[in-house]
Design a binder for this molecule. Structure first.
Ligand SMILES: NC(=O)c1ccc[n+]([C@@H]2O[C@H](COP(=O)([O-])OP(=O)(O)OC[C@H]3O[C@@H](n4cnc5c(N)ncnc54)[C@H](OP(=O)(O)O)[C@@H]3O)[C@@H](O)[C@H]2O)c1
Length: 348
C-alpha cells in the first residue's frame, strides 16, 4: 500500500505499482470467479478479468436478451456461461452483480452454494449494510468483500480497452479465510481499477447514495433546471437558456476543471466571469448545504434504501420508470438539448 496525501489528509491506497497484475494473477491462480449478472457492471468486470488472464465464468438467467448478449461476447453455454445457481456452485468467488433489487430476490437460491472458504463479492455496500431490510445475511465461514468501481461498467470496459483505469473503492466485511484482503485487492486490480482506496460497506453505500442523489445526478438536474427556468421566465429564448446553462458547462468548462481543478478553470475565464463566480459560489453553497445534510440523514437512517427497495421491487417498476424518464426527455430544457446536440458540428 502507498500512503498518499489528499488535500492534507493521509490515506493508504493500492496502485498497480505495489500490486501489479502478475501478483493479482498469483493470488487468484486457483480461484474460479463467477460473475453473476450481465447487466452493466457484469460485462465490464467479467470481460476485463477474462482479458487479464483470470479464470472467469458468468452466471445469468437464461432466455432473455442478456443471456444472448453474454453469448455474443464470447461466453460459451455449458463451458463459461451457466444459470445463476450452477455458476455459484462451480465458483470459489461469487461476484454478485445483479441489480440491487434482484440480489434480494435471488439470495435465498444462491446462499446454499456459498460453502465454507468461498468469497462473496459485491460492487455496492447496499445488500449488506441494509441487511435488516434486504435479508442478505452471509454465513460467517465465507469471506465477504467489495470492489466498487467509481463509474459505469461501460466506462470500466471502455477505459480498460484504452489502457486506462477507473478508480475503485474496496472493503472487507468478513474475513473467514485470512485471505479476504488479498482477494479483494487482487480482484480490484483484475477488473481494471486505476487505484484502489479503502472503505467500509457502510461508508461505500452512504457516499454512493448521497453522490448519485446529489451532485452526480439529482442535484445537477435540479440546479440546471432552476437556472434554465429563471432565464426563460425573464424572456430568454430556449437556445440561449440551454447554451448558458448546460452546453457551455458540459462541452467547454467541465473538461477544464476535470483536467486541472476549479481555480485553473476560473483562471481561464474572463475577469468578469471570475469575479462573479467567486462572489456567487458561497450563496449557492449556503443555499444547498442544508439539502445535502437532509439527504445524508435520509440515507443514513435507511429511508432512501427502503424507498429504493419498495419501488424497484414493484412488478410495474419498469413502466413507471419509463414514464418518469419520458417526462424528463420531453421537458422543454431537454427537448432543446436534443436540437442543440444535433447542431454540434460533429453531428452535422
Ligand atoms: N451500473 C453501474 O455501472 C454500477 C456502478 C457501480 C456499482 N454498481 C453496482 O453493481 C451491481 C450491479 O449493478 P448493475 O447496474 O450492473 O445491475 P443491472 O444492470 O441493473 O443488472 C441487471 C442484471 O440483473 C439481472 N436480473 C434482474 N432481475 C433479475 C431477477 N429477478 N432474477 C435474476 N436476474 C435478474 C439481469 O438479468 P436480465 O437481463 O435477464 O433481467 C441482469 O443480468 C449493483 O450492486 C450496483 O449497485 C453498478
Amino acid at each position: 500500500m502507498a500512503v498518499m496525501n489528499f488535500g492534507g489528509v493521509d490515506e493508504s491506497v493500492v496502485t498497480r505499482t505495489e500490486f501489479p497484475l502478475e501478483k493479482a494473477r498469483e493470488v487468484l491462480k486457483n480461484e474460479t470467479i463467477a460473475v453473476i449478472g450481465y447487466g452493466v457492471q457484469g460485462p465490464g468486470q467479467s470481460l476485463n478479468l477474462r482479458d487479464n488472464g483470470f479464470n472467469v465464468i458468468v452466471g445469468q438467467r437464461k432466455g432473455g436478451k442478456t443471456w444472448a448478449k453474454a453469448v455474443a461476447d464470447g461466453w460459451v453455454p455449458g463451458e463459461t456461461l451457466f444459470e445463476i445457481e450452477e455458476a455459484c456452485q462451480r465458483a470459489t468467488i461469487v461476484q454478485y452483480l445483479l441489480s440491487d433489487a434482484a440480489q434480494i430476490e435471488v439470495w435465498p437460491r444462491i446462499k446454499e452454494h456459498l460453502t465454507p472458504g468461498k468469497a462473496l463479492y459485491f460492487s455496492h455496500g447496499f445488500g449488506i449494510t441494509y441487511k435488516g431490510r434486504t435479508h442478505i445475511i452471509p454465513s460467517t465461514d465465507i469471506d465477504v468483500i467489495l470492489v466498487a468501481p467509481k463509474g459505469s461498467g461501460t466506462s470500466l470496459r471502455r477505459m480498460f480497452l484504452q489502457g486506462r483505469g477507473l478508480n475503485s473503492s474496496y472493503a472487507v466485511f468478513q474475513d473467514a479465510t485470512g485471505r479476504a484482503w488479498e482477494r479483494a485487492v487482487a480482484l480490484g486490480i483484475g477488473v481494471g481499477s486505476g487505484y484502489l482506496f479503502e472503505t467500509t460497506f457502510k461508508k461505500e453505500v452512504y457516499s454512493d447514495l448521497t453522490g448519485e442523489r446529489g451532485t452526480l445526478m439529482g442535484a445537477i438536474q435540479g440546479l440546471l433546471l432552476a437556472q434554465y427556468e429563471t432565464l426563460r421566465e425573464n424572456g430568454h429564448d430556449p437556445s440561449e437558456a440551454f447554451n448558458e446553462t448546460v452546453e457551455e458547462l458540459t462541452q467547454s468548462l467541465m473538461p477544464l476543471f476535470a483536467e486541472n481543478g476549479m481555480d485553473w478553470m476560473y483562471a481561464n475565464c474572463s475577469t468578469t466571469a471570475q469575479r462573479g463566480a467567486l462572489d456567487w459560489m458561497t450563496p449557492f453553497h449556503d443555499a444547498t448545504k442544508p439539502v445535502f445534510e437532509k439527504l445524508y440523514k435520509e440515507v443514513a437512517c435507511g429511508n432512501e434504501a427502503q424507498r429504493s427497495i419498495d419501488t424497484n421491487s414493484k412488478p410495474d417498476y419498469r413502466e413507471g420508470l419509463d414514464r418518469e424518464l419520458k417526462a424528463l426527455r420531453e421537458s422543454e430544457m431537454w427537448r432543446t438539448g436534443a436540437v442543440v446536440r444535433k447542431l454540434r458540428p460533429e453531428n452535422n
